[in-house]
Structure formats: C-alpha cells, structure tokens
Design a protein around this ligand. Sequence first.
Ligand code: NDP
Length: 240
Amino acid sequence: MSKVAIVTGGSRGIGAAISVGLRDAGYKVAANYAGNDEAAAKFKAETGIPVYKWSVADYDACAAGIAKVEADLGPVGVLVNNAGITRDAMFHKMTREQWNEVIGTNLNGVFNMTHPLWGGMRERKFGRVVTISSINGQKGQMGQANYSASKAGDIGFTKALAQEGARAGITVNVICPGYIATDMVMAVPEKVREAIVAQIPVGRLGEPQEIARCVVFLASEEAGFITGSTITANGGQYFA
Ligand code: NDP
C-alpha cells in the first residue's frame, strides 16, 4: 500500500491537524493550500511537511499539482478532501458568485482531486479517499444554502464512489464535523459562537485533532471493511 497522502487545505485548521496526524502515523504528506502563503510557510517551518499551492476549484491545476506531488513523494494512496470555504448569505441575498464559489471549491473540488487520482488507485488496487463534509450538509443551515448543498453533495458522492471502488481495494468515506475551533468558526461573531456552543451537548467546540484522528483511522489498512460510511463527529449536536 502507498503511504503517500495529499491533504487539501492541509496547512491550516482541521487540514493542518490531519496533515500532522498522518505524518505522525508514518505517511509522507503533501499539504495543499490555495493562497495564504504566510500560513503555509509557517506550517512548513513548524512541521517540516511540504506545502503545494493550487486551487482545488481548477481541474487542470489539480492534475498538475498531483503530478508534482507524485514526482516528489511517489504514488498517492490517500486523498483527504478537506479544502472548504463559506460564503454565507440568506438565499434571497445570495449572489451567483457566492453560490458558484462554494460549489466550485467544496463539491467540484472533490471531483477535481479524486478524478485524476482514481485511475492510479485502481491500478494499484489500493486507495483511501476521505472527504470532510459538515453537520450542515446533514441537517441544512439557514444562511448556508450553498454550503449545505455542497456538503450534502460530498456525502452522495462518497456513497456512490464507494460502490465503484470496493472491488479495487479503494475505500471512500466522509466525515461530518460539527463546530470545530478553527479560523472558519472563530471568524463568526462571539455572540453567535456562544449561541452555537449552547447547542452542543458536550458544551464545547471540537478540536481539529478530534477530526484528524478519524481520518488517520479511515486511512489505515485496518479500516478496509469500512466504505461508503459517514462518521459524525459533532459533540452530540445532531444525530444523522
Ligand atoms: P479553514 O478556513 O481554517 O482552512 C481552510 C483551508 O482550505 C485552508 O488551508 C485554505 O487554504 C484551504 N482552501 C480554501 N479554498 C481552497 C481551494 N480552492 N483550493 C485549495 N485549498 C483551499 O477551514 P477549517 O479547517 O475550519 O475547515 C476545513 C474543512 O472542514 C472545510 O471543508 C470545512 O467546510 C469543514 N468543516 C469545518 C467545520 C468547522 O467548524 N471549522 C465544521 C464542519 C466542516 P489557504 O490557507 O491558502 O486559504
């Protein structure tokens, strides 16, 4: 099995914790990011994990980025589709740009990354695809029609592709985190954050490492019988 992993959006937040978790589990990790060079350079300096810049919203850039990673590190066995954005607005105020940007990154990005890697995983008879969806893809969230649609799409994608990959030794799974303490959530006004925490039965936000541990488990050879599944990690906020 290939112990090379790509983590999209792997230099910050949940993705950074996933990159480190996989590295600590013995993988050669490539951490992709989109544009925050400063954060990526800091992450690389702190962890020694190589960073690669391209947008998952661009298919050709993904294919070229993957080719570079494979030339540097070897054939990719583990893909973690973690990159994601929000462009929140109530639907009557939502612009086409807000819709398209979110679908382009969170849903098309998953296609753009998985598709170029799929053939190699099939040939090598091993692969692990783990996508980070969201509680809001399961339950829907007002002000996030674009985000909820993209994240629900990631779940459907996973269930379909798991069936196609099963005989080729490729597992495809999805994780739905609840609210995790990252830049994405800390950008929300404090009052709103307090209201969010009040809805979480465990009484706190999740930690990025709590999602990373789920990924490391799903990526392992031992998790070969788990495919098409959704891991819900949300502190008891919602039972899908
Ligand atoms: P952050 O905003 O902290 O980090 C996002 C990461 O994704 C960054 O590394 C960013 O790169 C990268 N990224 C954004 N757009 C692109 C793109 N087009 N191409 C490549 N990389 C891109 O996010 P979180 O860590 O909070 O979230 C990670 C994932 O978890 C997302 O998919 C999110 O939807 C999901 N999630 C998060 C929850 C939370 O509570 N935080 C809850 C549920 C799901 P750069 O640094 O260059 O900007």
